[in-house]
Each structure stands twice: as structure tokens, then as C-alpha cells.
Design a binder for this molecule. Structure first.
Ligand code: SAH
Length: 387
């Protein structure tokens, strides 16, 4: 018999609306619930609400895993199978993609990324941390990877009282893994790279970019050249910029690996570089901006808005009429409508008439849950400067 956790009226309403999280203040009784346990959740009048991962430390006390009256014995296997089935559609043909995206796959706080024969795992709450041995065994059974690496170094683990660690869970994982994206080869460092190695959430946007890029292209915040290399196949010249020297070295290696000789790199701060380019009277036919999250928390939103406004304003000034700006934000706290407003104000200040060509988001293997805004974090606008 699983321990029961009681939530108040507010918690009950939230669960019944379909939200998977219940906060500490809405949990009224949790006797017998140990860290990371799967618990039965009941409302203030004893109404059964489903099953959840319990956390003894996080502000997010409960993460709902099942809304039904019973928890099927093989629920973990079923969810993993469902997640895999969706990738056959959403990531068809890709060699590197997200296999499990937490709440978006009904497996809150579990991330599994695939890089060819290797998997990278993140267990970001006490619940999935506790189930790690079962999860690893199931992944081995379902996917037969050559190796599984745990990249349990995101900061959110500290909110759960979990330590930061990176290590092997199964088989072997080499220092560098080569994957293919849209016909190009990329090296990924699963042990030390950002996220789990690559920005898989931009995969579909990388593939869309060549449709709009031409002539002379600027790719700010390039990391490993995810956008830069795709557009290099159709553009004359690409300038790929990143503030990290390691990232720039990686862009060069990846360009070489693919025989792309029209990519030049610069290890510069994009804010400074955009100013210098404008001072020199330079112009680009296409610009791509994919900065890191400027707003990591609610308090940082105002400063982040100024940052987004500044880079987009400067980019629009550099953009030749007829050219496209592909501009992204992965700050959850800056919502799509906020970003649109910021972009409109940047266009007005730049004296540019701009059309919205596309509004895109994170790749479909990073599903957004309807009614759960927290799961929609990456926005990607394609804009075209008319005049
Ligand atoms: N566009 C990449 C992902 C970019 S992640 C892709 O699609 O794969 C953001 C990148 O911005 C990181 O590589 C980081 O090193 C870089 N960065 C952060 N601040 C920067 C700044 N002020 N100027 C230039 N690069 C910056």
C-alpha cells in the first residue's frame, strides 16, 4: 500500500485542471512519504486524485505521474514505450534527439537524450533519482545503447537536495561522439558540453534556417555552429560568433569535418560585436540570434527584456531590406507575447518595417503540455525586414 499525501482545495483544483505540480504550501499531510516515493494523492475530502512523485525538499512537493484510480504496475515501461513511439514521428531520421522530455512525456523530471548509440540521462527530482536503476534497466532493454551517461549536473538538482554528478551508468561513452543533423556531421561532448552535449531543442529550427538564409549571414551565439553550418550550405559567407573559445574551436572543427570553407568565426561578445559592426557600416542579408536564457528567474525579467531588445534592435539595423532575422529566446519567464512586444519595439526603434514569417518553438521531441505554460520555453521567430 503506497503512502497517502493530502492536498488542500487549491492543490486539488490545480491537479483537476491538469497541472502536474503541487507546491509545498498546498500539501496538508504527508505522513509516511519518504523522499522520492511514489505516493497516492487525495483531496481534502478524501477524493482520490492520482499518483505522484513526492519530494521532501523541493517547493514542488508533488509531481503527478498518473491521474487514474490505480497505478498500473508497468507504468514506467508504458511511458517509455509511448515516448519512443512519438519519436518515430517527431524525430524520424534524426540520430540525436530527445527521447524523454519530463512532463511532456508524462515522466516528470526525467530527461533522456540520444546521441547515436549513446544515451544521456538526467534525473532531476528525488522521484526519478530513486527510480534510476529501473529506468536504466528499461532503457538498456528498449534501446540497447552502447553506453548511458548520467549528466546530473543541472542546478535544479540542488533544490531537491541531490548532489551534482556526472558518470557512467552503463557500458562506455567516449569523449567525443559524432552525430548527424540534416546531413551534416557534428561532434558532441556528452561529458562536458552544454546541456547534454548539443542544443537538441533547436534541431528543427536548424533545419528550417536554410530556407530563409542567403548572402552574408551573421550567427550570434553559435555554440557548435548548429545554425551556422546548416545555413553555410546555401549562403555565400557565414560569420559564426560565440563568447566561448571552446565553442569557437568546435565550430571550426565541425566546419572542417563537413568541408564548409565559407564559415568564419569570432570569439566575441555579441553585444559588443553588433555595435562594432554597425560602427563600421556593415550589413548582413540574414541574422540569427539564439542567446542563452537572459531571464533564469522571474526577478531577472526586466533586465532580460532590455537584453533582448538591444540585440534585436542592433540586428535589425544591420539587416539589409528583404533579409530575414531568425531570433530566439529560451527564457520561460519571457513569454511569447512578451517577446513579440519586445521585437515590435526593437523594429520601431530601428525604423524598420518587419513582417512575421513564422513563430516556432522547441522541437517536437520536446513536447509542450497544453495548459502547462512552464513546458513552453523556447520561442523562435522568423522576421523579414521589408524596408
Ligand atoms: N545556437 C546554438 C546554441 C546557443 S547557446 C545552437 O543552436 O546550437 C548560447 C551560446 O551563447 C553559448 O554557446 C554561449 O557560450 C554563448 N554566449 C553567451 N553569452 C554570449 C555573449 N554575450 N556573446 C556571445 N556569445 C555568448
Amino acid at each position: 500500500m503506497l503512502p497517502s499525501v493530502v492536498v488542500n482545495k487549491k492543490g486539488e483544483a490545480r491537479i483537476r485542471r491538469g497541472h502536474p505540480w503541487v507546491f509545498r504550501s498546498d500539501v496538508t499531510r504527508a505522513e509516511g512519504a519518504t523522499p522520492g516515493a511514489v505516493v497516492r494523492v487525495v483531496g481534502p475530502q478524501g477524493r482520490p486524485l492520482g499518483y505522484a512523485f513526492f519530494s521532501s525538499q523541493s517547493e514542488i512537493r508533488l509531481r503527478i505521474v498518473e491521474r487514474g484510480e490505480t497505478l498500473p504496475v508497468g507504468f514506467l515501461r508504458d511511458r517509455l514505450r509511448q515516448a519512443l513511439a512519438w519519436r518515430a514521428t517527431a524525430a524520424a531520421g534524426a540520430s540525436a534527439y530527445r527521447v524523454v522530455h519530463g512532463e511532456g512525456d508524462g515522466l516528470p523530471s526525467l530527461i533522456v537524450d540520444r546521441y547515436g548509440d549513446y544515451l544521456v540521462l538526467q534525473t532531476l527530482s528525488q522521484g526519478t533519482e530513486r527510480l534510476k536503476p529501473e529506468i536504466v534497466a528499461l532503457l538498456v532493454e528498449l534501446l540497447q545503447p552502447k553506453g548511458i551517461l548520467e549528466r546530473n549536473d543541472p542546478r535544479v538538482r540542488s533544490f531537491e537536495g541531490l548532489e551534482s554528478k556526472v558518470g557512467l551508468l552503463h557500458g562506455e561513452v567516449p569523449e567525443q561522439v559524432e552525430v548527424e543533423e540534416g546531413g551534416l556531421r557534428f561532434e558532441a561532448d556528452l561529458w562536458r558540453g552544454q546541456k547534454t552535449g548539443l542544443f537538441l531543442d533547436q534541431r528543427e529550427n536548424h533545419l528550417m534556417a536554410p530556407a530563409y538564409a542567403r548572402g552574408r549571414v551573421l550567427d550570434g551565439f553559435s555554440y557548435n555552429g548548429g545554425f551556422a553550418l546548416q545555413v553555410a550550405r546555401v549562403a555565400e559567407q557565414v560569420l559564426a560568433v560565440d563568447v566561448s573559445e571552446d565553442a569557437v574551436a568546435r565550430i571550426r572543427r565541425n566546419a572542417e569535418l563537413n568541408g564548409l570553407s565559407n564559415v568564419t568565426t569570432s570569439d566575441a561578445n555579441v553585444f559588443d560585436l553588433l555595435r562594432d559592426l554597425a560602427d563600421r557600416g556593415e550589413h548582413f542579408d540574414s541574422v540569427i540570434l539564439d542567446p542563452p536564457a537572459f531571464a533564469k528567474s522571474k526577478d531577472a525579467v526586466e533586465k532580460a527584456r532590455r537584453g533582448y531588445k538591444e540585440i534585436n534592435l542592433r540586428a535589425l539595423k544591420l539587416l539589409s531590406p528583404g533579409g530575414c532575422l531568425i531570433t530566439c529566446s529560451c527564457s520561460y519567464h519571457v513569454h511569447e507575447s512578451d517577446l513579440e512586444e519586445i521585437l515590435a519595439s526593437a523594429a520601431a526603434d530601428a525604423g524598420a518595417t518587419v513582417t512575421v514569417v513564422e513563430k516556432r518553438r522547441q522541437a517536437r521531441d520536446h513536447p509542450v503540455v497544453l495548459g502547462v505554460p512552464e513546458t513552453y520555453y523556447l520561442k523562435c521567430f522568423v522576421l523579414r525586414r521589408l524596408a
